[in-house]
Every structure is written in C-alpha cells, then in structure tokens.
Design a protein around this ligand. Structure first.
Ligand SMILES: O=C(O)CCC(=O)C(=O)O
Length: 260
C-alpha cells in the first residue's frame, strides 16, 4: 500500500497524516490485551507520571539505566518502554509490511526502527495522568538530521476528554528562537509569538486501528485523561537509513532495525 501524491503532500506540508482504519482491529485488541497485562504488573522498563515530570533534560539525553526508577510506592505508569523486545505482537506491528512502503515514501529512504525513542505503549490513566505540554520530540534526540517520523496507533477510541494528540500543522518546518521554549524545552503557551500559532492547532478523534504519522519536529501536545477509562496507544519511531544517531548519545544506545 502506498500514499497518494496528495496524501504525501499533506504529510510534507502539515507534518502529520492520519491513516484511518489502517490496522486490523483484532490485531489491535490482541496488542491491547498484552499491553494491559504488562501495565497491570508494571513490567519494567517503564516510565511513570512522577518520573516523566521530574526527570531532568539530561536524564532524557544521556545514557541512563531505566531499570532503577521504581522506588515509589504508588506509581502511575505513563509508558511501557522498549516494547519491540517485549512481545512478538508488538514486534510484528513495528515490522508490519503494509505500512513499510508508506514509511519509505515519507522518509524518502530505507526504513530503520530506532528502538531508542518512543518504542512504547503510551498511556493516559484516569484521574492520575497529567497533560502533556507542547513539544517537539526531536529536542531530546541526537541524530545527524531530522528525518525521523513517529507512528502512532490508536488501540481504542481517542478524543479530547481522554487525551488525544493535538498538532500545530506546519510547525515541523518553522524556525523558532530559544526564548519561545521554556523549562525542558516545552513550547511556551504564554509567549505572544506562540499564542497565535497555538490557535492554529488541529486535532481529530481517533478510533481503534487509526494510525497517525508525525514528523519529529512537529509541535504536539495532549490533554490529561478526564474519563474513567485508560487510554492506551502504541508509538514507535522510524528514521531514514542515511540518518545516523550521534555516537555516545542515548539515541545510539539501543539497537536499530533495518526493515528491508
Ligand atoms: O501524552 C501523550 O499521550 C503524548 C506523549 C508525547 O507526545 C510524547 O511522549 O512525545
């Protein structure tokens, strides 16, 4: 399966593209079942809500041991990390053949999974989850260029009440000054230049099996989950083969998988 010229143009212009009803619903349910078991038992490596907001920028860019984070008594899991190696169902989705020609189109290169980034089951838990502020994923990633795209799979319904992604279209091609970003490189909502841009934000409900492709420099955010039900999604990141992780960085710390 390939994108039409107009879909590819949409991705290149806006920095994201939604592929409706792309993944098989039964496969999504099966992934969800495994994810729920891993979440229930808090199987490491995980990232927690507490961990997410208190960890420094260095924690996210330097080589670290994620297996030592759990000494908190009550833990809300924010994401299951390193899912590629957790379960064959996760691996199969990340190596899915139907999406590969599409990824080759958007990267204009051979496709390589970078297991260092995302490679996650991402959650928003009821009551205890928090909002995700505007950010570009690329800020903590160390590569020779920006040819990286994330693949977001909705495993169930996603909407503004449970924290669906919101995007600022075209922001992946914009130049920003450092003063437009605040603590931990989040995009400041109160900065006058940012305010008008944030008004252009776009979001759309997702259903089980919908896939969103988004560029690593696209500004995005998500609400907290105000419903009674966990929101659980799958996200992994691919790069073009010509794009290289910088030696010694966290981006180079994990295996890469070339999809031939
Ligand atoms: O909170 C979310 O669901 C989005 C997470 C996100 O944007 C990220 O981790 O890069």
């Amino acid at each position: 399966m390939k994108l039409t010229i107009s879909q590819l143009d949409d991705f290149n212009t806006n920095g994201y593209l939604i592929l409706r009803n792309f993944a098989d619903k039964a496969a999504c349910e099966a992934i969800l079942d495994v994810a729920q078991a891993h979440l229930k038992h808090k199987i490491e490596p995980i990232e927690t809500e507490v961990g997410y907001h208190t960890k420094s920028k260095e924690y996210r860019t330097k080589v670290v041991n994620y297996n030592s984070i759990e000494d908190e008594e009550v833990v809300t899991v924010r994401r299951l990390r390193q899912v590629y190696h957790r379960d064959i169902l996760f691996k199969n989705w990340m190596e899915n053949r139907k999406i590969r020609p599409i990824l080759e189109q958007v990267l204009d290169d051979k496709v390589v999974i970078t297991t260092a980034h995302h490679n996650s089951i991402m959650t928003k838990m009821p009551y205890t989850s928090s909002e995700t502020a505007w950010h570009q994923d690329r800020r903590y990633w160390s590569f020779t260029d920006d040819n990286l795209v994330s693949v977001w799979l909705a495993l169930d319904e996603e909407h503004s009440q449970n924290g669906v992604l919101e995007f600022i279209p075209k922001s992946h091609t914009m130049q920003f000054s450092q003063e437009q970003f605040g603590d931990k490189d989040y995009f400041k909502t109160e900065h006058p230049l940012n305010k008008s841009l944030i008004e252009t934000k776009q979001s759309t409900n997702l259903s089980r099996g919908d896939v969103v492709l988004f560029h690593c420099k696209l500004l995005h955010r998500a609400n907290k989950n105000s419903t009674d039900t966990p929101k659980i999604s799958f996200v992994y990141t691919v790069k073009g083969e010509r794009t290289k992780a910088l030696k010694g960085s966290r981006s180079a710390q994990y295996p890469e998988i070339l999809l031939d």
